[in-house]
Design a protein around this ligand. Structure first.
Ligand code: GDP
Ligand code: MG
Length: 283
């Protein structure tokens, strides 16, 4: 009996080696649906996004979110000064986007909560993404050597930045990807590229180049415009939410699928090690 159960557990382990990572699809624009309204009430109050400190949680505002499973992810924003990293944080968190460039001092962290629904939408529960955005200025990183490694430490993802109106930021992209890989040798983080200023009329990076980059590096490029949806300059929380919905869903989907892939890889490594140990003890 004992040998039967141990041989079936070995078989289960071997099956893990052939497994492909399960991929999750997030329901697009679910956050704008009628069903999502009660959940989103925790995020938008009087047309403004609610901001959360370290000890706060959206369930304080919308108790229905208390039961939602939480995916926590640290994302480090990395790229040349002035490309729009801080503006992207503001756009995604629903804060006013700075109208001029001020070097970010030290490290700024911002929490963005985002309820999601995965396919099949009829039966899956609402889950909550907790995205911890780490933003730091170029000068601060050069001056204080500990900043760069701290931003990379245990990060789930690195968002590499360039902007469509700054050729240099595009040319430097492969270099900064290599630089991050050299510092964070485990390389277990997800790599994403965020391309800002897609709204500017004088673009110096061609869409074909971006297309080629995605194929060559196998890194997805998300294009953004950190401008207000209302052209009269008035902030409308609901319209701003619709504007960032796709980006936050794509980001969340990539993070969840990356974590699933990593967890399967770790499981497979453990099984390989166990099988090696069995072979050695058989000798
Ligand atoms: N038109 C436009 N301007 C942007 C966009 N993103 C950022 N900016 C502007 O670019 C400048 C630098 O942005 P900032 O976020 O401070 O850059 P950082 O140094 O990478 O943090 C600011 O004046 C922003 O208003 C965008 O998507 N479109
Ligand atoms: Mg900045």
């Amino acid at each position: 009996m004992a040998s039967h159960s141990s041989s079936s557990s070995i078989l289960d382990s071997i099956l893990v080696l052939d497994q492909e990572p399960e991929t999750v699809s997030i329901v697009k624009e679910w956050q704008l649906s009628r069903e999502a309204r009660t959940y989103m009430n925790g995020l938008v109050k009087r047309k403004k996004r609610v901001q959360f400190g370290l000890l706060e949680h959206p369930s304080f505002v919308s108790p229905i979110l208390r039961k939602a499973p939480v995916h926590t992810a640290k994302i480090f924003l990395y790229g040349k000064g002035g490309v729009g990293k801080t503006s992207t944080v503001c756009k995604l968190a629903g804060l006013p986007v700075p109208s001029s460039h001020h070097e970010t001092l030290g490290i700024q962290t911002t929490l963005v909560y985002w309820p999601i629904k995965t396919e099949p939408s009829d039966s899956s529960p609402v889950e909550l993404m907790q995205l911890e955005l780490w933003d730091s200025g170029e000068r601060a990183m050069r001056k204080f050597e500990h900043i760069f490694p701290s931003c990379l430490s245990s990060t789930n993802a690195i968002a590499f930045f360039f902007s469509y109106n700054d050729r240099q930021s595009w040319v430097e992209l492969p270099e900064i990807i290599t630089q991050a890989a050299a510092t964070n040798r485990t390389e277990s983080h997800l790599k994403i590229v965020i391309a800002t200023k897609s709204d500017t009329p004088h673009q110096v990076v061609e869409p074909e180049e971006v297309e080629r980059f995605q194929k060559e590096y196998d890194i997805k490029v998300l294009s953004l415009s950190n401008t207000l949806v209302n052209s009269d300059g008035r902030f409308d929380g609901q319209r701003e939410l619709s504007d960032i919905c796709n980006v936050l869903n794509e980001l969340s989907e990539m993070i969840i699928n990356h974590e699933k892939r990593l967890s399967l890889l770790q499981q497979q490594q453990t099984v390989r090690k166990q099988l090696q140990d069995i072979e050695i003890s058989d000798i």
